[in-house]
Design a protein around this ligand. Structure first.
Ligand code: ATP
Ligand code: MG
Length: 202
């Protein structure tokens, strides 16, 4: 039988409970063996108030410590230049044989697939599971996914997960303004942010 491995890409700036809860739900429902979190590399022009790849990777590592089915890959961070999901999937297929990949996104991210590099090729290499996320209705997501499948083919499903209105943007804003972000992200990640003075106004 094929192993079933989830991949969750994102900037994770910082990682929060929304990411972890969505990933866990996909793991449960699709009976995945493992989920690999893949933080993206730093964009060429990084705004202030963003954390460097080193810190983002550290925070993801800390956040997954308590789950032996969650792991982290630095594949996109350690490769110089812009990283494309397509290249990441090609590399993962080389490393993990006899494996079916499930690419996990939120519904906001999945409808952006037409803007990705070579969507058709990406869709051939994995199944997509889009976790419901506040901000975009299921109906709107269904419509857009229909259009994507018609244009590019592939397999994209929506999974209703406990919806958490949590975003990294909001969390960064809280640290910038000194508003508590407790319970929105793992406590160790919160402490790491404070200790390293991340997301503070400069
Ligand atoms: P930002 O506000 O900086 O965009 P974010 O909270 O959207 O941060 P990302 O790192 O952009 O986090 O997201 C990585 C992936 O996780 C995306 O596919 C996104 O849709 C998904 N995701 C993020 N937050 C949630 C959430 N609360 N529920 C479900 N999926 C989520
Ligand atoms: Mg986002």
């Amino acid at each position: 039988m094929k192993r079933k491995v989830g991949i969750m890409g994102g900037s994770f700036d910082p990682i929060h409970i929304g990411h972890l809860a969505a990933a866990n739900e996909v793991l449960n429902i699709y009976e995945l063996d493992e989920i690999i979190f893949v933080p993206t590399g730093d964009p060429p022009h990084k705004e202030e108030l963003r954390a460097h790849a080193f810190h983002r990777l550290m925070m993801v590592n800390m956040a997954v410590l308590s789950n032996d089915r969650f792991s982290v890959s630095d594949i996109e961070i350690k490769n110089p230049g812009k990283s494309y999901t397509l290249n990441t999937l090609i590399e993962f297929h080389k490393i993990y044989k006899n494996t079916e990949f499930y690419f996990i996104t939120g519904t906001d991210a999945v409808i952006d697939i037409p803007n990705w590099h070579e969507p058709e090729e990406v869709l051939k290499l994995c199944r997509f599971i889009a976790a419901s996320r506040p901000g975009i209705s299921i109906e709107e997501a269904v419509e857009k996914i229909k259009a994507i499948r018609k244009r590019f083919g592939g397999n994209i499903e929506i999974l209703k997960v406990p919806m958490l209105q949590i975003s990294s943007t909001d969390i960064r804003e809280r640290f910038r303004t000194g508003t508590s972000a407790k319970y929105l992200l793992p406590e160790c990640v919160e402490q790491y942010i404070i200790k390293n003075g991340l997301y503070r106004e400069i």
